[in-house]
Design a protein around this ligand. Structure first.
Ligand SMILES: NC(=O)c1ccc[n+]([C@@H]2O[C@H](COP(=O)([O-])OP(=O)(O)OC[C@H]3O[C@@H](n4cnc5c(N)ncnc54)[C@H](O)[C@@H]3O)[C@@H](O)[C@H]2O)c1
Length: 314
């Protein structure tokens, strides 16, 4: 059956606001439930579209959720407490939203209803030198954030009509801007201070533009039958970079940038791995936005607005 009606929880967020905009413009009937914790206007540009419905509510409101799950072909649960620091600060809420809410959704949908779920690839932890993590590599999350996401991934995969993405660190401009994500954070620092302090410079990571996340969701909606029941890493295959290489990529655009290596500071985020994205590439998915293009975009964005007001106000 063709996917027409989609429910997205957390659709006003960093990934959601870009994805929802693309889906609405492509003619899908999209309903978003979001409590607008961070950005009030990230979906306002869509309110005039007849194929868009917005519900300002908490996803833990069971009556609203049960009602909105009815008749939807696809559910994309994005609502979450995102990131290790936020989950550490609010552990009870993190478990409720990141895990219990997913469990509840699964208990209320029929076998025919489809789900696409975004996990983080940070659970790959510390990878082996010179080898790449693929979808069969063990996830061993350290933070509560990683743990709740991995637990949710496990139960999602019990639902046969599901696809799981394991996302690299996302970068780029969104209607709800996040300045905590590594590329966004470093470009903002570079614009504001003209200086970057890099600790643990050889830690490796994989990156992907937020627009390519949206493109991958669109691709998986079109290729659902072929892709279902599987996990896919999602990142730029040519952007498996160490932190110092990332800083140097930023210096290519901000030429007089000073980069200092901080020796005695350690990164609380211990991830250090390269990721293989071959599985999704083998079935035809191609990313469109390079890391350098994303850095140029972010440079222009932060020159205009440094997003000082963007606090985690949970
Ligand atoms: N951005 C990344 O790098 C990344 C990487 C891997 C996975 N993910 C996953 O993608 C999803 C979206 O992440 P994001 O970066 O867009 O984060 P985000 O914080 O910008 O978006 C989350 C959205 O959920 C909403 N929300 C939170 N709690 C809610 C509640 N109780 N009821 C209703 N709405 C609620 C927030 O208002 C926000 O709009 C999350 O599930 C996250 O774990 C993100």
């Amino acid at each position: 059956m063709k996917i027409k009606k989609i429910l997205i929880t957390g659709g006003a967020g960093y990934i959601g606001s870009v994805l929802v905009s693309d889906l609405v413009q492509k003619g899908y009937f999209v309903t978003v439930i979001d409590n607008l914790k961070f950005e009030k206007n990230s979906l306002s540009h869509l309110l005039g579209f007849k194929n868009f419905k917005f519900i300002k509510a908490d996803v833990r409101n069971k009556n609203i959720l049960i009602n909105e799950l009815k008749g939807k072909d696809l559910i994309i649960p994005l609502a979450a407490l995102v990131g290790a620091p936020l989950c550490k600060k609010f552990p009870k809420i993190a478990k409720e939203i990141n895990y219990n809410n997913i469990k509840f959704i699964l208990s209320k949908i029929s076998n025919n209803q489809k789900i696409i779920y975004p996990n983080t690839n940070s659970g790959y932890g510390i990878g082996k030198k010179n080898s790449y993590c693929d979808e069969k590599s063990t996830l061993n999350p350290i933070s509560l954030y990683g743990k709740t996401k991995v637990q949710a991934e496990k139960i999602i995969l019990n639902h046969k009509n599901s696809i799981v993405f394991r996302l690299a660190t996302v970068f780029g401009y969104s209607y709800r801007m996040r300045t905590d994500l590594l590329v966004n954070f470093l470009v903002r620092e570079a614009v504001l201070k003209n200086k970057l302090e890099i600790f643990e410079p050889n830690f490796r990571r994989n990156y992907i533009h937020v627009k390519d996340i949206s493109n991958a969701f669109l691709f998986s909606i079109k290729n659902f039958q072929k892709m279902k029941g599987n996990i896919y890493n999602l990142g730029l295959s040519n952007a498996n970079l160490t932190k110092i290489e990332l800083a140097k990529s930023i210096k290519k655009i901000i030429k007089n940038l000073k980069i200092n290596i901080k020796k005695n500071k350690s990164d609380p985020d211990k991830r250090d791995y390269f990721v293989s994205n071959k599985k999704i590439e083998r079935i035809g998915f191609r990313t469109k936005v390079s890391l350098n293009d994303g850095i140029e975009e972010l440079y222009k964005v932060f020159k205009i607005n440094n997003f000082n007001q963007n606090k985690n106000n949970y």
